[in-house]
Design a protein around this ligand. Structure first.
Ligand code: PLP
Length: 356
């Protein structure tokens, strides 16, 4: 049976990425060696690293004065690396859920944290509005796409202090005005590679604002100056990231990814609005994530949860169960998800309505 992969992460990747990765694991560019066994100091790997940096810069139209690095450790590593480097006295954070809190918790180890607003009162089902960002902070950090709660910030705000964003689950799903940010980070395992690498885009001038002595491996300046090669980088995910970026470029770039994300998510949300059994967890369409669509059975049908999960499984829908903190269901619709899978989800929602 055809599987439709709605996993939240690790998640679906383009067939192109998988095929090119398998080829390279067997034999990298006809070298007779596997990608997994070559030196990261070799010319072959240099080309992969340089290619991945260049492709990121092209795809996101990154202006001069920014560096792109690929680091091990996952997006969670950035939660402490950022305050370690940049939190001297006080930082501001927007509390939009689990992953925003991940950053807030670590920042508190290094200085004062001002949470400018929170949507905790409604289980993080909206993006807070109408707050002031203090001007006496070292930086302001947000999580753009809240993978678990299904909300998303899609505008690149004008912020008067250094602006930092976790784009782990929506990177490459829209054009980004990188010039608005001092630092962007994104764990790979949602929209561009297997787990094991995190991409960081950092404004070079921001590197001059490091506030304390930092251990070498946590020092952004080291990784930038060594082109992500201070230590052994996660070679395989970086190769796969390069292949995904090639696929995005061949498909029409991030504008096209945005169009596809709109088409996919509009179709699913429209069905959730229409279907008498289900309701999206995020009320305001402007706050709804295009990447992670969270939905519930209406309270009067809540006991049918297992029945829907069973039907989804029977129809080949994988990874549709919601995170335990939100409950219900979550359909993650990353860049590589074909419309065919969205159609399968919509058909299953309709079949469920008819048969109950
Ligand atoms: N930030 C966001 C938005 C995420 O969705 C996740 C993981 O799902 C993380 C950070 C943490 O990523 P990692 O598991 O790579 O540390």
């Amino acid at each position: 049976m055809k599987k439709h992969n709605f996993n939240a992460g690790p998640a679906i990747l383009p067939d192109y990425t998988i095929e090119k990765s398998i080829e390279a694991i067997k034999d990298l560019n006809g070298s007779g060696l596997s990608l997994l066994t070559i030196s990261h100091r070799s010319k072959d790997f240099d080309a992969i690293m340089d290619g991945a940096v260049a492709a990121t810069k092209r795809l996101l139209d990154i202006p001069e004065g920014y560096s792109v690095i690929f680091l091990g450790g996952g997006a969670s590593t950035q939660f402490y690396t950022i305050p370690y480097n940049f939190l001297g006295t006080k930082a501001a954070y927007l509390d939009t859920g689990t992953w925003a809190l991940g950053g807030i918790k670590e920042a508190k180890l290094y200085g004062e944290v001002e949470v400018v607003a929170s949507s905790k009162d409604k289980n993080y089902s909206y993006i807070p509005k109408g707050y002031k960002i203090p001007t006496d902070v070292d930086y302001f950090e947000i999580c753009c796409n809240n993978t678990i709660e299904g909300t998303e910030i899609r505008e690149d705000w004008d912020v008067s202090v250094p602006f930092i964003a976790d784009m782990s689950s929506d990177i490459f799903s829209r054009p980004v005005d990188v010039s608005k940010y001092s630092l962007i980070f994104a764990g790979a395992q949602k929209n561009f590679a297997p787990a094991g690498v995190t991409m960081v885009i950092i404004k070079d001038a921001f590197l001059e604002k490091v506030v304390r002595p930092v251990p070498t491996m946590a020092d952004y300046r080291v990784h930038v100056s060594k082109n992500s090669m201070f230590n052994t980088p996660p070679v395989f995910p970086i190769f796969a990231a390069l292949k995904t970026m090639e696929w995005i470029e061949m498909s029409g770039g991030v504008k096209e990814m945005e169009k596809r994300a709109i088409d996919r998510s509009e179709k699913v949300y429209a069905e959730l609005e229409r279907n008498k059994f289900f309701v999206p967890t995020v009320e305001d369409p402007a706050d709804r994530s295009r990447m992670n669509i969270t939905f519930l059975l209406k309270p009067e049908y809540a006991e049918l949860e297992t029945a829907f999960l069973d039907l989804a499984k029977a129809r080949g829908l994988v990874g549709i169960k919601g995170h335990r903190s939100v409950g219900g269901f979550r359909a993650s619709c990353y860049n590589a998800l074909p419309m065919e899978s969205v159609d399968a989800l919509v058909a299953t929602l309709q079949e469920f309505e008819k048969s109950n």
